[in-house]
Write a protein of this length. Structure first.
Length: 139
C-alpha cells in the first residue's frame, strides 16, 4: 500500500518488468524456488514503475517463485495477470510497457478485453509473427 503512493497520475507510461533475484544460500526459505537456469535458488520480482528523471519509481510489486507457484497451483501467467489486476483501476489510459517475457497471445487478449493500452518489446530477429503498426494488429 505504501508503494502505491509513489504512483504518478500524469505518468506518460508504466514500465512492467520481471527481475530474477538469486538467493543461493536460502535453502530453507519457503518462498525461494529455482530460477530459469534450473540450478540457482531464488525468486522473481515483478515490478511496476513510473519513469522519473531517467530512472523509475516502483509503485507496485509482487514476488513469486517456482516453489510458490507449485504450492499455490498457479502459473507464471496468472501471476502476471494478478499484478496488473491489482493496479488496473489506477491506470486509466496510461500505456503499459512490457519486456519480451510477456509475449504470449492470451496475455494480449486479456489486455485487450480490459481495454488497457500496452506495448511489448519483442526481438524481431527471433521471427516475431505478431506486430503492431499504425494502430492495427497484424498476424
Amino acid at each position: 500500500m505504501a508503494l502505491m503512493r509513489l504512483y504518478w497520475d500524469d505518468t506518460p507510461y508504466v514500465i512492467v518488468d520481471v527481475t530474477e533475484v538469486p538467493r543461493p544460500q536460502a535453502k530453507r526459505t519457503g518462498y525461494v524456488g529455482v530460477l530459469k537456469n534450473g540450478k540457482t535458488l531464488g525468486f522473481d520480482l515483478l515490478m511496476l514503475a513510473t519513469p522519473y528523471r531517467g530512472r523509475v519509481l516502483p509503485f507496485h510489486c509482487i514476488s513469486y517463485s517456482s516453489r510458490t507457484i507449485a504450492e499455490e497451483k498457479r502459473s507464471r501467467n496468472m501471476e502476471h495477470r494478478r499484478a496488473i489486476r491489482d493496479v488496473m483501476s489506477m491506470l486509466g489510459d496510461t500505456p503499459l510497457v512490457f519486456d519480451r517475457e510477456f509475449n504470449y497471445e492470451s496475455f494480449f487478449e486479456d489486455l485487450e478485453i480490459e481495454g488497457l493500452k500496452y506495448v511489448i518489446r519483442l526481438n524481431i530477429a527471433n521471427n516475431t509473427t505478431i506486430t503492431h503498426e499504425k494502430g492495427k494488429m497484424d498476424r
